[in-house]
Design a protein around this ligand. Structure first.
Ligand code: SAM
Length: 260
């Protein structure tokens, strides 16, 4: 059909309708519920989503795909012909909570997760197909090698469910990596942070060098005197490494840093 997949746009199109149906099913979409899809591509997932609801918004950056999507779906979908990262999501939403269901372009996974975090109060679930390795990081628990800043940032705001793995041969063109589907459910309650930016600075700095202890990493933002004082007041042993701390422990550490 003369269409050449664009690697730079993460274009790996799903070929398997059963997997597309399974992904759409994870959204547990009710009739008339608003659903957003990021990167509809050639529409395999869109077809399945439309089985549940006719209130679908799809963000697609590749203008070469617009004629195909318009012919196939016409005005059954609201096709937003833009870079999803450049759209102000708040301006797009209505009063109802949204479900985001998408096989996303893998190269923009982290910024999309950050956008979803900032938008969490407006969504009831986010179902993303992403690179398997990243899915492992999203769900990783303390002391796993995949546990990182991204794990904490995601799990702070969402309950993460690893749904299933998808093999490369089910896409065209075939990606080099395995994929996985995850569901992110906004947490009903999150720890109250007086200074969220400070909290994330503590977490980020603690992970600055994975091999280093908390004591050594925190020296990037604290003076030697402050680190010494922190050692006095903290129940958390600063000889530990960031990868061993749970989210409540990071909150404790941040509160102690704030009290210095
Ligand atoms: N959903 C389709 C499927 O499952 O076959 C396509 C998925 S493909 C992995 C990712 C899609 O996202 C492509 O259609 C690509 O053009 C689109 N895309 C890439 N970057 C984008 C961006 N910044 N904003 C919106 N769409 C984007």
């Amino acid at each position: 059909m003369g269409f050449r997949a664009k690697k730079e746009l993460g274009q790996h199109f799903l070929k398997d309708r059963n997997i597309a149906a399974k992904i759409a099913g994870l959204g547990k979409i009710s009739k008339g519920e608003p659903v957003w899809e990021i990167g509809p591509g050639r529409g395999i997932l869109k077809k399945e989503i439309l089985e549940f609801t006719d209130k679908v918004t799809a963000f697609e950056i590749d203008e070469e795909l617009y004629p195909l999507l318009e012919t196939e779906f016409g005005n059954r979908i609201n096709l937003v012909k833009k870079d999803v990262l450049r759209v102000n999501w708040d301006e797009m939403r209505g009063d109802e909570k949204i479900k985001i269901v998408a096989n996303i372009p893998y190269q923009i996974t982290s910024p999309l997760i950050m956008k979803a975090i900032n938008f969490r109060e407006n969504v009831s679930v986010v179902v993303f197909m992403i690179q398997k390795e990243v899915a492992e990081r999203l769900r990783a628990k303390p002391s796993c090698k995949e546990y990182s800043f991204l794990s904490i940032k995601t799990q702070f705001y969402f309950d993460v469910k690893y749904e299933f793995t998808v093999k490369p041969h089910l896409f065209f063109p075939k990606p080099k990596v395995e994929s996985a589907v995850v569901s992110l459910y906004p947490k009903a309650e999150i720890p109250d942070l007086a200074e969220p930016d400070k909290f994330w600075e503590v977490v980020d700095t603690s992970f600055r060098s994975r091999r280093k202890t908390l004591r050594n990493n925190l020296k990037y933002i604290l003076s030697n005197e402050q680190v010494a004082e922190l050692e006095e007041i903290s129940d958390i042993d600063l000889v530990r490494r960031a990868e061993t701390l749970s989210i409540p422990e990071f909150v404790e550490l941040y509160n102690q840093v704030r009290s210095l």
